[in-house]
Design a protein around this ligand. Sequence first.
Ligand code: ATP
Ligand code: MG
Length: 246
Amino acid sequence: MSRLRVAGISKNFGAIRALEGVSFEVEPGQVLGLMGDNGAGKSTLVKIVAGNYRPSSGDLFVDGAKVDYHKPIDAQREGVEVVYQDLALCDNLSAASNVFLGREPRKNFAGFKIIDYAQMRKRSAELFAQLKSETRPCDLVRKMSGGQRQAVAISRTLLANAKIVMMDEPTAAISVRQVSEVLDLIKRLRDQGLSIILISHRMPDVFAVADNIAVLRRGRLVANKPANQSSPEEVTGLITGAIQAA
Ligand SMILES: Nc1ncnc2c1ncn2[C@@H]1O[C@H](COP(=O)(O)OP(=O)(O)OP(=O)(O)O)[C@@H](O)[C@H]1O
Ligand SMILES: [Mg+2]
């Protein structure tokens, strides 16, 4: 059974048709590379699956059950997490505090409920180890590289026991060495059985980790096929419209 099934999703913003009859599936342990030019509808699709927008028509299924999210927390409860490009981390806090932001564990101390920092440090160290990241719980996010920040953001999804993780341009603003770190993180999530949707304009990144590649052009899905049966040339043609569909 598919982890995620998107069935005939359309989305209008007034007169703008951002998505039109988009359908695809993602299995557990699979990475879908989602590509398309600026304005093709990628972020809109992510926001619909994440519960930020409701579709104008069409249905979403998670593990075979129809879902109808009214707000992001509804999607999060079902294990749908998004890592946005700007990451939304707090610069002035430690890695551990960022991993647990809004979900801090508490303990009793002299009759008070206080934040259990030791537990946060311990658990985030485990998560970083699980991701084979060198990030340390007490490191300040302000002093971190782009790749380390990605590790923190991705650890948040692990803590949440995510089933579906969507990443909108995670490698757009980081150095070459960090890109390979982030691609490794994506592979580790995949190996743990998560379903991943990776949005990227960077062809080599998508081909390095995606099992399937889907292409959106002006709101329509014009291809969805195994990466090993496609090529960067074909995908470029699909994105620009030089190739109609594949
Ligand atoms: N909140 C909104 N209100 C009105 N129009 C919107 C809104 N969000 C997106 N759109 C429009 O929907 C279309 C798809 O936008 P979307 O942001 O999904 O594209 P994208 O593929 O993510 O592009 P990019 O690569 O530039 O991030 C565009 O025409 C955009 O202007
Ligand atoms: Mg976008």
